[in-house]
Design a protein around this ligand. Structure first.
Ligand code: FAD
Length: 596
């Protein structure tokens, strides 16, 4: 066992972790632990853009961005945090630019911007160009830029180290326990401040856009240490994943003029969202697609729709919509425009399904995409552990793992990358400030004991149960009953099933008994994290008797602000889940019915 000491330890080397490390390292000794090599983090897969009201091509304001985010969140987002994020967005994007991020450009050299779902001109209600992008590789560019800067700033990296436990002593953060994947050796990190930035958990569901590494490790670590998870019932299904595969087709495709077409050849979003149509927010579009498919209007009666970005179709609908270029000329595209703006999308479609989006439509279906819920924090990234928002000293969370909450019941496209850089920054600054004024907390006598006990339980289990079977039973019950549409009986069945899987997991089989790169053991560990998350998600969803944002119930179809305008907190306790609620922070936006 090896011991290390750093004032700030960040878990995760995606956009949030790297931003946090960059800022923390300016004032405190900082290390980053990552189970993946940093540039393999899921941030690198983000395509479409990062939102900021730069107003480079048309009028826009941070206040409009804030209101769109509040509305997109179906009024569940905390308005103080949302206003903060929208105001910080402009500087955050320029800061990335100054670090060297190669954004796509307008002819005048300013950062190019495109429309994205839910981003509007608040006066006309029409889509506004707010997404700053680097072709369809925005996340890749952000990740590479931040990694280079971190190396330059001499942040210490522990790559391919897997964090197994969070050390909390007398209610204060003391450090972490991690396994070095190459050797199987345990490492103890003593830290004054820990920042959790481990990303999301889309692998709970069957069809997902998420990386295989999206197993919710951070939320599971926290839950096991008595920290609640917030708003876990709100999980976003992105409308356009490749049929059956889930690989994401960015909303940027619709931003460039692509439209969704049903089996009757109609642009069905005209009916569901007459003003913004294909640029309505994601929950609205995913539901519309399901309703169309349920009514037998999928393509050839199947459970997918066509997403069409061929120049003829884009130009046809641009003419109908009266869409204009920033200079006022009619918006028209050519095949080479599509190639230049969506190179990766074209490449994915050709590689995985043999379709060229410049000449043929893409088959798409809703895909599990983004966790609005997670570890509760305030707008400085400090983890808060109860209904009164009491801060747990020395613990921070940022990025998809955290619930600030700026996304509320539904996240707008481009606001996740923004969340990473804004809240990554503040958690890094706050963690370093905390570290400068506090002493290290003494480690417990056997810091690795709890992690070892859990690992040994997996290693020494009877081996009756196959991991893949357990995982696929979880994914299918969650997709069927805790997916885009939900009802009481289905969710109750999911809770029961997940609890059964939790029991059966105790007999899980691990075939590899070695210590070097034992990914078999790690996969079992990750599955246990996913099962915990599935349980908390299903229990939180079952309790919420209303429809709001991504949580849509057939048996309670309306939003119920009188009873449910509140955040869920869920603790894992006594072999079950305990729920409590806390109020939503309101500033100036009063809840209204959503219309698009
Ligand atoms: C395909 C796709 C496209 C997207 N496109 C956009 C977009 O265009 N715009 C937008 O705003 N958002 C987009 N999103 C969402 C956004 O990209 C993510 O929410 C965001 O990148 C998450 O960043 P993160 O830093 O929180 O986590 P990640 O980038 O996933 O990083 C997580 C890190 O945690 C580490 N880690 C995890 N568990 C452990 C552990 N147990 N021990 C040690 N390390 C651990 C990993 O190694 C990794 O380094 C997209 C998401 C996907 C999946």
């Amino acid at each position: 066992m090896q011991k290390h000491q750093y004032e700030v330890v960040v878990v995760g080397a995606g956009g949030a972790g790297l931003t946090a490390a960059l800022y923390a390292s300016r004032n405190a000794s900082t290390a980053v632990i990552s189970k993946l090599y940093p540039t393999r983090s899921h941030t690198g897969a983000a395509q479409g853009g990062i939102g900021a009201a730069l107003g480079n091509t048309e009028e826009d304001h941070p206040e409009w961005h804030a209101f769109d985010t509040v509305k997109g969140s179906d009024y569940l987002g905390d308005q103080d945090a949302i206003e903060f994020m929208a105001a910080e967005a402009v500087d955050a994007v320029y800061e990335l630019e100054h670090m060297g991020l190669p954004f796509s450009r307008n002819p005048d050299g300013t950062i190019a911007q495109r429309p994205f779902g839910g981003h509007t001109n608040n006066e006309t209600g029409k889509p506004v160009r707010r997404a700053c992008y680097a072709a369809d590789r925005t996340g890749h560019m952000i990740l590479q830029t931040l990694y280079q800067q971190s190396i330059k700033n001499q942040v210490k990296f522990f790559d391919e180290f897997y964090v197994l436990d969070l050390l909390i002593v007398d209610g204060k953060t003391a450090g972490l326990v991690a396994m070095e994947l190459a050797t199987g050796e345990m490492h103890i990190f003593q830290a004054k401040a820990v920042i959790i930035a481990t990303g999301g958990h889309g692998r709970v569901w069957e069809t997902t856009s998420n990386a295989y590494s999206y197993t919710g490790d951070g939320v599971a670590l926290a839950l096991r240490k008595g920290i609640p998870a917030e708003d876990m019932e709100f999980y976003q299904f992105h409308p356009t994943g490749i049929y059956k595969m889930g690989i994401l087709i960015t909303e940027g495709v619709r931003g460039e003029g692509g439209v969704l077409i049903n089996g009757e050849g109609n642009r069905f979003m005209e009916t569901y969202a007459p003003t913004v149509k294909d640029l309505a927010s994601r929950d609205v579009i995913s539901r519309a697609m399901y309703l169309e498919m349920k009514a037998g209007r999928g393509i050839n009666g199947k459970r997918f729709m066509n997403l069409d970005v061929t120049p003829e179709v884009v130009n046809h609908y641009a003419e109908i919509d009266g869409r204009k270029n920033p200079d006022g000329s009619p918006y028209r595209v050519t095949a080479s425009d599509i190639l230049a703006k969506l190179p990766d999308i074209i490449d994915f479609c050709e590689t995985y399904i043999g379709v060229n989006p410049v000449t043929d439509p893409m088959p798409v279906q809703p895909t599990a995409h983004y966790a609005m819920g997670g570890i509760p924090t305030n707008k400085y990234g400090e983890v808060v552990v109860d209904e009164k928002n009491t801060v747990l000293p020395g613990l921070y969370a940022a990025g998809e793992v955290a619930c600030v909450s700026v996304h509320g019941a539904n996240r707008l496209g481009t606001n996740a990358l923004l969340d990473l850089v804004v809240f990554g920054k503040y958690s890094g600054l706050k963690a370093a400030e905390f570290a400068n004024s506090e002493a290290y907390v003494d480690l417990p006598p056997d810091p690795e004991a709890y992690a070892m006990q859990q690992l040994n339980a997996i290693r020494n289990s009877s081996g009756k149960e196959n991991m893949i079977t357990l995982a696929s039973e979880m994914k299918s019950v969650m997709a069927e009953h805790v997916g885009v549409f939900r009802v009481e009986e289905g969710m109750a069945e999911a809770v029961e099933k997940v609890r059964e899987l939790k029991e059966r997991f105790k007999d899980v089989r691990v075939d590899d008994h070695g210590s070097k790169y034992n990914m078999n053991l790690i996969e079992a560990w990750e599955l246990s994290n996913l099962i915990d998350i599935a349980e908390v998600t299903a229990v939180s969803a079952l309790a919420r008797k209303e429809s709001r944002g991504a949580h849509s119930r057939d048996d309670y179809p309306d939003r119920d602000d009188d009873n449910w305008l509140k955040h869920t907190l869920a603790w894992m306790e006594n072999g079950g889940v305990r729920l409590a609620y806390k109020p939503v922070t309101m500033t100036k936006y009063t809840p209204k019915a959503r219309s698009y």
